[in-house]
Design a protein around this ligand. Structure first.
Ligand SMILES: Cc1cc2nc3c(=O)[nH]c(=O)nc-3n(C[C@H](O)[C@H](O)[C@H](O)COP(=O)(O)O)c2cc1C
Length: 318
């Protein structure tokens, strides 16, 4: 069986339940059970980072209270070695038999073994060909491609080249994100070979998200020029809202400094990024109001169904 064949078969059932080929991306300190449920009710998928539940006991409650078996709510596990909860959270998704688990920031092998044991699927977050190959070799069922412009830990590759290149080596479902913020972006990801578009930043502004009101207000007031990439806070490139960096007493120039060590789960690093210093991707300008998930999805659906064949400003007769 070539890489991804299992996912290609199994994902069909989930995709058929989706009204739009969209996943509200898993976001640290932003995606909670209320947003996940609102997304599933609106007919789109949603990632749910396990670390957003402060304790494993709370994660256990969350996984019991949401409609996990719909397959539309996908727990997200950070498998980086600095995450001390990797194993306990994995045990919980196994206990609840989550149909799809998204692994991020580490080798997905142990997650694949555990989740396949009960018939579930594993999608792996990747932002390079090397990581895509490694995940495909670890037998993941789907890939989440994080492309340039994404909120959170971003990728550097353009979706124009990254998606087709991954398609050459992977037959399974591909979810692709990075600054997708309207219906045209969703269509574009599909044209390039992705099955589903991942949208994070736009959903920070959802009424149901866990983001503070100040964060949501700054987000809807911001545009592409307010976003800067920096490795200062976690040691890995991520995109931030510059006004939040300035509110914390730093300048745009400070963002060019680097941390020597990767600290994804370090308490201090965490409190800065993303609690006090807020992350968003380059598509931030499309989030123009704080609105319920259902309204955001209606809007994206309308745009998706009304994308003109091309957007030429200058019409040329052929
Ligand atoms: C505030 C924030 C937190 C994020 N936290 C996570 C996370 O915990 N796990 C993860 O896999 N990706 C995380 N991401 C990345 C998203 O899953 C996704 O790749 C990204 O939001 C897509 O780009 P977009 O924001 O431009 O739509 C985060 C993104 C943001 C904006």
């Amino acid at each position: 069986m070539s890489a991804g064949e299992r996912g290609k078969e199994l994902f069909k059932g989930i995709r058929e339940k989706m009204r739009l080929p969209v996943m509200a991306a898993p976001m640290f300190l932003v995606s909670g059970p209320e947003m996940a449920s609102a997304c599933a009710e609106s007919g789109i998928a949603c990632g749910l980072p396990s670390l957003n539940a402060r304790e494993p006991e709370i994660l256990d409650q969350w996984l019991s209270s949401i409609d996990l078996q719909s397959g539309l709510i996908m727990p997200n596990l950070i498998v980086h070695r600095s995450n001390k909860r990797s194993q306990s959270d994995l045990d919980l998704v196994v206990k609840h038999k989550a149909p799809i688990v998204i692994s991020a920031l580490g080798h997905p092998g142990p997650v694949v073994e555990a989740v396949h044991s009960y018939g579930g699927m594993v999608f792996s977050d990747v932002n390079s060909m090397a990581l895509a190959r490694k995940a495909a070799n670890a037998n993941v069922d789907g890939l989440v491609l994080v492309c340039a412009g994404a909120g959170g830990h971003t990728g550097a590759l353009s979706p124009f080249s990254f998606i087709p290149a991954v398609r050459e080596i992977f037959a399974g479902p591909i979810i692709a994100g990075g600054a997708v913020s309207n219906g045209a972006g969703v269509r574009a990801m599909q044209c390039l070979g992705a099955d589903v578009a991942s949208m994070g930043t736009h959903f920070i502004s959802a009424q149901e998200s866990l983001a503070s009101n100040d964060y949501k207000e700054m987000l809807v007031a911001s545009n592409i020029e307010d976003i800067a990439t920096s490795a200062l806070f976690t040691g890995v490139d991520a995109n931030y809202l510059v006004p939040s960096v300035e509110n914390a007493g730093l300048s745009r120039d400070d963002l060019n400094k680097r941390r020597d060590q990767v600290m994804i789960d370090d308490e201090n690093a965490r409190s800065k990024a993303w609690k006090d210093i807020w992350s968003a991707g380059q598509g931030v300008g499309e989030a123009r109001a704080i609105a319920p998930v259902s309204e955001i999805v209606n809007r994206i659906e309308h745009e998706y169904n009304n994308v003109p064949a091309c957007h030429n400003t200058v019409a040329v007769e052929s």
